[in-house]
Ligand binder design. Structure first.
Ligand code: NAD
Length: 434
């Protein structure tokens, strides 16, 4: 076993996106010297100027600025360089899925090769990226051994700790959520938990293996996906029975064992629509996990069928989607239901327009839709509005300006049905039109 008398105090954070930059800034304000690395040069330059490139994260800009002033945070485009100066390496480069839902390791594989090249004997590597169970050790640990010639558990320590924070409140969640940690061996576990105790000052949950820690994060996402799928199934049944699902859920959840989530037009984002495939692609091919994916992805189609049932053909209809982001108050288009809706509506030969205050017009055009400002006179030509993400700007939306609108589909069950119907516009929702 390796002996290290030196205190672990130099951290490399590999991947400086929304999560990586926030982690790096928090570590750098809690007593560590942090060198972050990212392949995106703009990201690196902004951090080296004391600027957070991630916006809408309360408290982040101040942490980045303070760490920059105190010279505890710097960034480089070279993973090898950052890792070679570190005794703790935190990996937070994404694993995604391809269009046909196969696991896409391209970013993290490249990062791991660099880490292996720069790794110093005696260092601790912690993976935080959500991973299919087994990958920390069997895919990445082995790769690092192969390239570096160092042995897992003997020449370097290896741990896994999933990141479970929520966008828009990452700094708060890092303090308040318990950190689940698994280690390759006892020493790896102890080193990783000691690090998080000091670096995050949060509660820790030590689990018995790397796989347990990896499994726990994917299980959380599957739980939420299956729960939402159940609510969606119940919402469709409530529609048939003329019952309001929102009222039902409020009543049901007053019982302490009932935790029904909210139904909606679809599930998007980095996590819930992606991570179930980390189980499905590794053998969980039947049952609730794949079924939930199908149910949740079918909701966009369900919503469009409801519009067609009322209005007939959508050909040449002007249909406005509110919210390109997958959810409210973030700029995050990954796996957004808006993209699914756009494809389906184009197949119906509708004219698809999108409004989202978080995106510029040219960004919306890049996603294949026509941007529409709420101040544009063209709102009076809109035939149908679909609420996809309930950004705070939509709370004060005045539908009187939509003078030719025939139908509003409230995909998040957030709008005021009475106000809409009083304007002579048909209101449809997910499980609530009674
Ligand atoms: N975003 C969330 O809300 C969230 C929540 C919980 C957990 N997570 C986990 O965090 C991971 C990262 O999420 P994020 O939101 O920070 O992603 P992000 O897309 O904002 O950032 C990823 C960063 O990695 C960089 N990168 C890609 N390949 C690289 C390489 N080879 N070397 C160095 N840098 C590289 C990119 O340039 C980018 O800046 C997710 O994949 C997930 O596992 C995210």
């Amino acid at each position: 076993m390796i002996e290290r008398d030196q205190l672990f105090s130099n951290v490399a954070v590999v991947g400086l996106g929304k999560i990586g930059l926030t982690l790096a800034a928090v570590f750098a304000n809690n007593g560590y010297k942090v060198s972050g690395s990212d392949k995106n040069e703009d990201v690196v330059n902004s951090i080296n100027n004391g600027e957070a490139h991630v916006k809408n994260e309360p408290g982040l800009q101040k942490l980045v600025y303070d760490a920059h002033e105190n010279k505890t945070l710097s960034a480089t485009t070279s993973n090898v360089e950052a890792v070679s100066e570190a005794d703790i390496v935190v990996v937070i480069v994404p694993v995604l899925v391809t269009d046909d839902n196969k696991i896409d390791y391209q970013f993290i594989d490249a990062a791991v090769e660099d880490i292996a090249e720069g790794l110093q004997k005696g260092s601790l590597i912690i993976f935080e990226t959500t991973l299919p169970p087994g990958d920390t050790q069997n895919r990445f640990g082995k790769k690092i051994e192969e390239i570096s010639g160092l042995r897992m558990g003997e020449d370097f320590y290896l741990a896994y700790s999933p990141e479970r924070v929520y966008s828009n409140r990452i700094i708060e969640d890092l303090k308040n959520y318990p950190k689940v940690v698994g280690g390759f061996n006892q020493q790896s576990l102890e080193l990783a938990t000691d690090f998080y105790k000091k670096a995050l000052n949060c509660e820790l949950i030590k689990v018995s293996s790397l796989e347990t820690a990896e499994f726990s994060k994917v299980a959380e996402c599957v739980y939420r996906d299956v729960n939402i799928a159940l609510s969606n199934e119940l919402a469709k049944f409530a529609e048939e029975k003329g019952v309001s699902i929102t009222e039902v859920i409020n009543a049901s959840n007053s019982q302490p064992f009932s935790h029904l989530h909210s139904p909606g037009i679809g599930v998007g984002g980095h996590c819930i629509p992606i991570y179930p495939y980390f189980f499905i692609n590794k053998g969980l091919v039947q049952g609730l996990t794949p079924m939930a994916r199908e149910i949740n992805d079918s909701m966009a189609n369900h919503a469009i069928s409801k519009i067609e049932n009322r209005l007939g053909s959508l050909e040449n209809k002007n249909i406005l989607i509110l919210g390109l982001s997958y959810r409210e108050n973030v700029k995050e288009p990954t796996k957004s239901t808006a993209l699914l809706l756009m494809d389906l509506l184009k197949e119906k030969q509708a004219n698809v327009l999108v409004n989202d205050p978080h995106f510029t017009s040219s960004e919306i055009i890049d996603y294949g839709a026509l941007p529409l400002s709420m101040k544009d006179k063209f709102v009076s030509n809109i035939d149908v509005v679909i609420l996809q993400a309930f950004h705070k700007e939509y709370m004060s939306l005045d539908f009187e300006d939509f003078s030719n609108c025939k139908l509003i589909l409230d995909g998040r069950n957030k709008l005021n049905q009475d106000e809409i119907t009083n304007l002579g516009i048909v209101y449809e929702s997910i499980g609530n039109e009674i």
